[in-house]
Design a protein around this ligand. Structure first.
Ligand SMILES: [Ca+2]
Length: 478
């Protein structure tokens, strides 16, 4: 067994699990050798960057989705426009820049941290970034990711060791790997990929050209992810370049089962644990300095290539982009009109399994229910669309941390489930999710509520006989 990996993140705490066999690592699609004989993915004279010397004005090209050169704002302001920053205390601006830098500053991350953002949803994405590892870098656990997420949230979601449903998510990481000690740190580049047809639940590895990454040297890295053109066609791809040279191209993927699933998220991640040192048999992990610099990020629908030439006046400052999630309705339709609401002020209505009590939100009434749950039937009926949203508030009066939502689907003749984690005794928690996030099966691996009718709802939890949870402000939005 070896270290491969993926990411789970609950709110801002990174929680990783790891494992997957080397033997299981797949190498799908054409080999690098074969791919070099094919029509080039990138034009000879360079990509979009060659049209904008020094990247000047590249953010105004209609093919460009997102730009940040880290010349504007504090880490906090950068995090606000990206949508999510973690371990802000580990992130600062630096005057360490690459030789072709059209600006003055880069962003520096020590130990652990991330910036996470969203672009409008597309079928093909290219993400170019400059990166430098500290001269004393060790082995890195997780690195930069591109994600297609049907129901995007500002923060990265969990997913370690879980095969994502084909209509909900796929992702690929461009990461340095020591390949189990074969290369000194940080190793060589590879793709680390999660999608519904991966062969192990720990994702799949795709190796490109095995060229040692030199610590202390700046590189221009670009990763491409192209969705399959039709749900039944295995013509998806991924590829990556280092300093403008194609290092790996992999084809033949059926990344998704619906074209409603678009590529829309970019995760500038630097995640470290002591695990990769163990897996790569690093004899001196204590001497390692886990620090990285990034700069000149451009995300587009076409090949970008390294910075080309100089800006007109020697240096420039881009107008940095902001997360597409900050524009309501751009990535996912906003929740529609309420079709049902219940605040328990006038009694329990159709809610069964518990009783109305005091202790609701702001001195109001709430509904207290035991472990075997609360359910509601014959109170509403609405066809499930992408916008269909379920909202409510919960407060455990006991030690229950998690809760399961169960919704019966006539179409699937089965229950769809949705899990709520991280509840805290005595604290109200607002829950909101899309009906299409609920899926058949205990592991939520089956079909979702898409195209079903939402007309019932049940909530239950594990606990003792006297345990109660309060429910308030229940709402279904179209
Ligand atoms: Ca810069």
């Amino acid at each position: 067994m070896s270290t491969k990996r993926f990411v789970t993140q609950l709110t801002l705490a990174l929680v990783f699990a790891a494992a997957a066999s080397v033997g299981a690592a797949q190498r799908l699609g054409g080999s690098l050798k074969r791919s070099l004989g094919m029509a080039p993915l990138a034009p000879k004279k360079g990509g979009l960057a060659s049209l904008y010397p020094g990247d000047e004005g590249i953010e105004r090209d209609p093919r460009v989705l997102f730009v940040d050169d880290f010349e504007t704002g504090t880490p906090e302001e950068i995090g606000a426009r990206w949508g999510s920053i973690s371990r802000k205390e580990n992130i600062n601006l630096s005057d360490d820049i690459h030789a072709d830098s059209p600006g003055y500053k880069s962003i520096h991350i020590a130990r652990n941290g991330h910036l996470y953002t969203h672009t409008k949803g597309v079928d093909t994405i290219y993400a170019r970034f400059y990166v430098k590892f500290h001269e004393k870098i060790g082995y890195v656990h997780h690195f930069v990711h591109i994600v297609a997420d049907r129901t995007p949230t500002p923060w990265p979601k969990g997913g370690a060791g879980e095969t994502p449903p084909g209509d909900a998510k796929f992702s690929t990481g461009i990461e340095p790997t020591g390949r189990w000690g074969k290369f000194p740190p940080p190793g060589v580049w590879n793709f680390y990929t999660y999608w519904h047809e991966m062969k192990t639940k720990w994702g799949s590895v795709f190796n490109g050209k095995q060229e040692q990454i030199q610590p202390g040297r700046w590189y221009c890295v670009e990763a491409m992810l192209k969705a399959n053109s039709r749900p039944d066609k295995a013509d998806g791809e991924q590829a990556f370049w280092v300093d403008g040279e194609l290092y790996g191209r992999f084809r033949g993927f059926r990344w998704r089962t619906t074209d409603k699933l678009k590529i829309n998220s970019f995760w500038l991640l630097f995640y470290n644990t002591d695990q990769p040192a163990r897996h790569n048999k690093d004899q001196h992990p204590e001497t390692r300095v886990m620090e990285v610099w990034f700069d000149d990020i451009v995300i587009a629908t076409e090949y970008i290539g390294p910075v080309y030439g100089k800006p007109r006046r020697g240096k420039k400052k881009a107008t940095p982009s902001k997360s597409a999630l900050l524009t309501p309705g751009l990535l996912l339709p906003e929740p529609g009109k309420p079709v049902f609401s219940q605040d328990f002020e006038g009694g329990a209505g159709n809610f069964k399994g518990g009783r109305v009590t005091d202790g609701g939100i702001n001195g109001s009434k709430a509904f207290a229910f035991p472990p075997n749950g609360v359910s509601v039937w014959n109170a509403y009926s609405t066809p499930v669309k992408d916008s269909t949203t379920i909202r409510f508030k919960l407060k455990p009066l006991c030690d229950a941390r998690g809760m399961t939502v169960m919704i019966w689907s006539k179409k699937h003749k089965d229950n769809c489930r949705y899990r709520i984690a991280g509840l805290k005794k005595g604290q109200w928690r607002s829950v909101e999710f899309r009906a299409i996030e609920a899926r058949v099966g205990w592991g939520m691996k089956g079909p979702s509520l898409e195209d079903c009718v939402l007309d019932n709802f049940k909530l239950f939890f594990e606990g003792g006989e006297g345990d109660r949870i309060l429910l308030d402000d229940f709402e279904i939005l179209q």
